[in-house]
Design a protein around this ligand. Structure first.
Ligand SMILES: *[C@@H]1O[C@H](CO)[C@@H](O)[C@H](O)[C@H]1NC(C)=O
Ligand SMILES: *[C@@H]1O[C@H](CO)[C@@H](O)[C@H](O)[C@H]1NC(C)=O
Ligand SMILES: *[C@@H]1O[C@H](CO)[C@@H](O)[C@H](O)[C@H]1NC(C)=O
Length: 348
């Protein structure tokens, strides 16, 4: 199929979805709790799950190299980024990239871009605390389309990030030094990227309220899961609505139960709770007060009661250091506004 044909085909597919979308959305009766906008939820939840990577849609190529930019920030250039280009050694070796330092890759979500609060606030927090290579993945072109299309772009952006990581490995970066951090759809982008890295697994992935609409628990290929890195940590803040409620990683944190967040008011569309995930995380990097969480007996305990009593074991959510091991489900409470962390007292 020629490029023009495939573009036309994409357009036709998309029009078919749009029509289906209008029909389904108008036919739906939605009984969700009144706090979240029912029309919005119906519209995003009724679509078929995102396809597996081998699905034809992926190969049609929604996103190309030029749509995704890898932006390097270090303490030498905290505000003005340098663009790193896959397979272009000169772009890497002439930049401020420091091979002796850790690499944090930040990936935003739907309707966001490289200058959005996620990744900006996380970049700022890391560089305040330490000198690191921060790479912001700007996939704004592919993320600023309707949610359905954006969710289908996730796989292609993930594969472009895989190619970029393979390039870094080829240039001498160790995957032990790499930490991928993604919010919302960006959490699935980093999951897919991690799964296909040549000399993986990469060290750590942090998923910040990984997007739920159009993704399913069953279709592991299309979403973040614990096989995508040696250590996968997830912070759930709008679970069951805009984010996944079920545990996806080795360690899953459920601040305030993981579904609704204090200080968010009625939060009609869930965006406030959804964004809390990256706000808690960026605060945790610089905060002296830890986000101490208690370990739950099981996910069921948390699911049925919205909280948990705790087994006596605790773990700090987020933070500058990565907490390996202690796999499980954790619960904590936060303040309703900044600073969110409550320290080591009784986390429940
Ligand atoms: C995609 O992979 C799934 C699971 O491995 C398989 O069942 C399916 O047939 C594959 N689809 C194509 C188009 O290759
Ligand atoms: C980079 O090089 C690899 C290996 O040669 C190739 O598979 C890949 O398509 C290239 N990617 C880009 C974006 O140039
Ligand atoms: C980082 O440091 C600068 C300069 O001291 C300060 O203005 C800024 O608020 C700090 N940011 C964070 C997130 O701590």
């Amino acid at each position: 199929m020629s490029v023009t044909d495939s573009l036309k085909f994409n357009k036709v597919l998309f029009d078919v979805w749009k029509v289906g979308f209008a029909l389904i959305a108008s036919a739906v009766k939605w009984d969700a709790p009144p706090q979240y906008d029912p029309v919005w939820l119906a519209s995003v939840q009724l679509y078929p799950p995102a396809p597996a990577l081998n699905d034809t849609r992926f190969w049609l190529g929604w996103v190309n190299d030029a749509d995704v930019e890898f932006r390097l920030f270090t303490r030498r250039n905290p505000f003005e980024f340098q663009v790193l280009t896959t397979n272009d050694s000169a772009s890497l070796h002439q930049s401020n990239f420091d091979f002796s330092k850790k690499v944090k890759v930040l990936t935003h979500g739907w309707l966001n871009h490289g200058y959005s609060p996620m990744p900006e606030s996380i970049k700022e927090a890391y560089l305040n605390v330490s000198d690191l290579n921060i790479i912001v993945v700007d996939w704004g072109v592919a993320a600023n389309v309707n949610y359905i299309l954006a969710s289908y772009n996730v796989a292609s952006v993930g594969r472009l990030l895989t190619e970029f990581l393979n390039f870094l490995i080829g240039e001498g970066v160790s995957m032990d030094d790499v930490h991928l951090i993604g919010h919302s759809l960006g959490a699935h982008v980093v999951g897919i990227a991690g799964a296909y890295v040549k000399k993986g697994p990469i060290d750590t992935i942090t998923g910040l309220d990984p997007a739920l609409p159009l993704f399913t628990l069953g279709n592991k290929d299309a979403r973040l899961d614990k096989h995508d890195a040696r250590h996968v940590e997830v912070i759930h803040t709008c679970g069951g609505y805009l984010g996944f409620a079920s545990p996806l990683g080795h360690i899953d944190f459920y601040p305030n139960g993981g579904t609704r967040q204090p200080g968010c008011g009625t939060d009609f569309r869930g965006f406030c709770a959804h964004n809390r995930a990256h706000m808690y995380f960026s605060e945790s990097i610089i905060s002296d007060v830890p986000f101490t969480a208690v370990r739950c007996e099981s996910y069921d305990e948390l699911y049925y009661s919205g909280s948990c009593k705790g087994t006596g074991e605790t773990l700090v959510m987020g933070g500058f250091d990565i907490h390996y091991g202690k796999d499980g489900v954790y619960y904590l409470t936060t303040n309703a506004e900044k600073p969110f962390a409550r320290g080591e007292g009784d986390p429940t």
